[in-house]
Ligand binder design. Sequence first.
Ligand SMILES: Cc1cc2nc3c(=O)[nH]c(=O)nc-3n(C[C@H](O)[C@H](O)[C@H](O)COP(=O)(O)OP(=O)(O)OC[C@H]3O[C@@H](n4cnc5c(N)ncnc54)[C@H](O)[C@@H]3O)c2cc1C
Length: 433
Amino acid sequence: MADFDLIIIGGGPAGLTAGLYAARAGMSTVLFEAKDVGGEILNTELIEDYPGFESVTGAELAQKMADHARKFGLRIETYAPVKQIRLDGDRRVVELADGTIHTAYAVIVTVGGEPTKLGVPGEAEFHGRGVSYCAVCDGAFFKGADLAVIGGGDSAFQEGLFLTRFAKKLYVVHRRDEFRAQQILQDRLLGMDKVSTVTPAVVREIGGDASGVKWIDVQKDGSIERLPVEGVFVFVGFRPVGRYLFADHVDHDQSGYLITDQYMQTSIPGVYAAGDTRAQLAKQVTTAVGDATTAVLAAERYIEELKHAGRAFPKAPREVIARTTERMQLRTFPPGATVIREGDEPDYLYVIAHGDAVVTRRDATGGERVVNELHEGDYFGEIGLLTGEPRNATVRAKTSLEVLAMDLEAFRMLVRSSRATAEDITKVAAARR
Ligand SMILES: Cc1cc2nc3c(=O)[nH]c(=O)nc-3n(C[C@H](O)[C@H](O)[C@H](O)COP(=O)(O)OP(=O)(O)OC[C@H]3O[C@@H](n4cnc5c(N)ncnc54)[C@H](O)[C@@H]3O)c2cc1C
């Protein structure tokens, strides 16, 4: 078992981007990938919409992303599928399929998804013998054959275009008359002589013999039509797989995509999701790398806050530290700026993450006298939250100051979490009154 700051699950564009940023920031990080690195782009022939690369093969882009992340020292474990994520105090526990266990303060889930199946007779039986979900992977096995591509979206059309290199004839079978694919893809594919559309039509059965697929039956206009094909390439949807990794409940939408906030955090503090497995409008390389950037920066901040809170309240249960950290906000103050002012109503407790602060009180002459100096790891503002009385001192930034602001609800959670923590906070408050 090893303990890390961050564990990334999945080595597609999202995972590799998160890994690059984390390694470059010096976080102790490991990335677990079930297969080889690259993710879905390995199944893509050409990518023409990733800025800076007018046209690049999926395999080349994957290699470049992995090399780039490794250059910054990212540890990548391939052929290491993750089985489960669960919680243990302030750590997220990641169990691999082989039973190995690792822990981290934060986890980023970037496991993408898997293609939706048609669910018709023959599909499972002929999978790998004529039924495929990846033209780039399997298309070359069908040189000179008649093929069918099932679906009407971008993936179906991109894969269909690739298949035209090998197919003698290509049927595009779709359950609607209209296609969802981008117009440019439709124009390219449907403009070819060897391509014909079969719409609106639904695949009912896939059949063949010992050598593989020989036909598909499609239902069109109320009757069954048999299309003689040797390969069926299915692109009818996508099933995100991230949610299946969680031992505990995690919020997801009706289609199973993980729901996150604007920082890519799931409903579990310290667990983030990025890329195709997350609920969002687009499933693209650009969005995957964007999500991952946000996720890793948010995770880095969360981890730092967790460590500061843990040091400030060492006797609090770790899961309470994780829950209070979730409610904390990082605030920064330039030298001389006031964080709390004597006489103001109490609102937050502050933990110093970086820098020094000066505590002053008004004296009888109306001037101010310095009563204390506070440093990284110290907290202030507890008296007001304990008593409800106005602030009894002013705290200003002495240097550039970063503080974690904890609201009353989180403070109460912390005080109630353990007798030792409550006693520690009360002692600090008593000494300062
Ligand atoms: C045919 C096709 C063509 C496409 N063309 C384009 C295009 O031209 N331009 C574009 O921008 N996008 C394109 N896309 C979409 C693009 O590939 C995806 O949006 C992108 O790969 C998503 O990245 P990701 O990292 O979120 O997920 P993925 O790329 O799916 O990577 C997820 C990774 O997680 C791994 N994994 C899964 N489960 C586990 C587990 N339990 N443990 C460890 N690892 C696990 C997987 O093996 C995989 O490597 C295309 C997709 C397809 C299918």
